[in-house]
Design a protein around this ligand. Structure first.
Ligand code: ZN
Length: 418
C-alpha cells in the first residue's frame, strides 16, 4: 500500500496518497492507495454549484483538473488544500444544477456514480442509526451515526429558530421527537421533505438562535453548538446574530516579528484568546481562526472566513479582526496601527481608531491592498498593537494588564458598531 511518511516539526504524519482521479462512463473514481479507512467530508457550495470533497491525511502527487464527459459536470479540480492538517480537496463543478451522485467506497477508491438508471435499480439507502449528545462548558455536541458515508446540506429557519440538516437517500428507524432541553437545543425532529428522491431532514429546534460547527468522520457527523452564557446572552440579545472572526496573525512556521525571545505569533494568539473571551462573555458569536501555534497561509485564512460565512447563513453582520504586533528598524517608532482594505471597512477601522485613541496613541489609520482584507466579503481590519522593537511598548504589550485592558477597548469599539 502506498503511504508517505512526513516528519515535520517533530510530528510524524502517515499520509494516504491520492494518485489518480479519472472517469469512465458515468462514474468518477478518486483512487487512493490505501485499504484503510478514508476520512473525508463532502459539502455543497453555490454560485457556481459545486460539490466539494475534503480528504483528510492525504497528499497529492500533482494538482490538476479533468473534464469528464458526464452530462451536467463541467470540471473536476483537485489540489492540496492544506498541509496542516494534510487535506486534499476535490471540487466538482456542475454546469447547472446540483447532481447527487451515489457514493461508494471500494478498496481505496471513492466512486461517484452519476448514472441514473443504475441508481434506480439498486438505490443504496443510508440509515441514521443513532444520535448521542454530550455537553461541556463550551459546547453541546451531537454525534449522528450512519451506516454509510453520507453527504448533507444545512439550513436555518427562523421564528421559531431551527437549524436543519438534510441527508439524501437516508432513512431513520425511529422518527419520534427527541427532547433535549439543553441550551440552545430544545428538541430534535425528523421528517422527509422529499420522498423522491428521498431526503431525511433532521431539525434542531432551538431556544435561541445559534450557530453550529460540523465535523465529518466517515460515518459520523459531529455537530457542535457553542454555548453562550445564559445570563450574558439575555443581557445582550443583539450579539446573537453577529459573528466576530478573530485572526491571530502568523503562527506555526511563520513567527511574524521577533524581538529576542518574544515571537509576535505567540503574542497575537494570547491577545486574540483574551479578546475572544471578553466578546463571548458579552454574547457575541466569536470564531478564532487558530487556537494554537499552527501554520495557516493567508489563503487558508481567506478560505476559513468564507467557509464560516457560508456555513452560518443566518449571520446578519460579521466582522474580521486580525491581531498583530509590529517591529521596526528604529527603536524609536511606536504606536498602534490600524489598516483596512475595502471602503466598506472604513467605519469599522475608524471606530476602532477613535476608541483606541482615547486611551493610547494611535500612529496610523490607513487603507491599503492587504491580502486577506481585500479578499473577504465582510468589514475587516488589521490591528497592530504596538512595536516590539520599542522598549517601552514591548514591556507594555507583553504585560497581562495591558492585554486585558486592550481587549476591553476593542470590545468597546465593537459595541459602538454592533
Ligand atoms: Zn504581523
Amino acid at each position: 500500500m502506498g503511504y508517505r511518511v512526513i516528519i515535520k516539526e517533530k510530528n510524524i504524519y502517515i499520509l494516504q496518497i491520492l494518485d489518480e482521479i479519472n472517469w469512465k462512463e458515468e462514474k468518477i473514481y478518486f483512487k487512493i492507495k490505501s485499504e484503510d479507512m478514508i476520512e473525508f467530508k463532502s459539502f455543497k457550495l453555490k454560485e457556481p454549484n459545486r460539490l466539494v470533497f475534503d480528504i483528510y491525511n492525504c497528499i497529492l502527487i500533482e494538482k490538476g483538473e479533468i473534464s469528464p464527459k458526464i452530462s451536467g459536470i463541467k470540471t473536476v479540480r483537485y489540489s492540496q488544500y492544506s498541509t496542516e492538517p494534510y487535506v486534499v480537496r476535490i471540487v466538482l463543478e456542475f454546469s447547472k444544477d446540483f447532481l447527487e451522485p451515489q457514493l461508494k467506497l471500494d478498496k481505496g477508491q471513492i466512486i461517484l456514480n452519476f448514472s441514473k438508471e443504475e441508481k434506480a435499480e439498486k438505490t443504496l439507502e443510508n440509515k441514521l442509526v443513532d444520535i448521542k449528545f454530550m455537553k461541556d462548558e463550551k459546547k453541546l455536541s451531537f454525534n449522528l451515526f450512519f451506516d454509510l458515508p453520507f453527504t448533507y446540506t444545512k439550513g436555518i429557519l427562523r421564528d421559531p429558530e431551527r437549524i436543519f440538516f438534510d441527508f439524501p437517500s437516508t432513512t431513520v428507524s425511529n422518527t419520534n421527537t427527541l427532547i433535549i432541553d439543553e441550551n440552545p437545543v430544545e428538541k430534535i425532529r425528523f421528517g422527509f421533505p422529499s420522498l423522491n428522491p428521498k431526503v431525511l431532514r433532521v431539525v434542531f429546534d432551538l431556544y435561541t438562535s445559534s450557530i453550529t460547527y460540523e465535523e465529518v468522520f466517515t460515518n459520523t457527523l459531529k455537530i457542535d453548538f457553542p454555548i453562550i452564557d445564559k445570563k450574558e446572552s439575555s443581557k445582550k440579545e443583539k450579539g446573537g446574530n453577529h459573528l466576530i472572526i478573530i485572526d491571530p496573525g502568523h503562527g506555526g512556521n511563520d513567527p511574524g516579528a521577533i524581538y529576542s525571545n518574544i515571537f509576535e505569533k505567540d503574542l497575537n494568539l494570547q491577545v486574540s484568546i483574551k479578546l475572544a473571551k471578553v466578546l463571548r462573555e458579552s454574547g457575541y458569536n466569536v470564531i478564532l481562526l487558530r487556537e494554537k501555534d499552527e501554520t495557516l497561509s493567508l489563503d487558508d485564512r481567506v478560505n476559513l472566513v468564507k467557509n464560516y460565512l457560508q456555513n452560518n447563513s443566518f449571520i446578519d453582520k460579521a466582522i474580521f479582526l486580525s491581531i498583530h504586533a509590529n517591529a521596526a528598524l528604529s527603536p524609536e517608532v511606536k504606536g498602534i496601527e490600524i489598516f483596512y482594505a475595502t471602503d466598506f471597512s472604513f467605519p469599522l477601522a475608524k471606530t476602532i481608531s477613535e476608541v483606541l485613541s482615547k486611551y493610547y496613541s494611535v500612529r496610523t489609520l490607513r487603507q491599503g491592498k492587504f491580502y486577506i482584507l481585500s479578499r473577504i466579503p465582510i468589514p475587516g481590519v488589521i490591528i497592530e498593537m504596538g512595536f516590539l522593537s520599542n522598549n517601552e511598548e514591548r514591556v507594555l504589550i507583553t504585560s497581562e494588564e495591558f492585554q486585558n485592558s486592550f481587549v476591553e477597548k476593542i470590545k468597546e469599539a465593537i459595541e459602538k458598531l454592533i
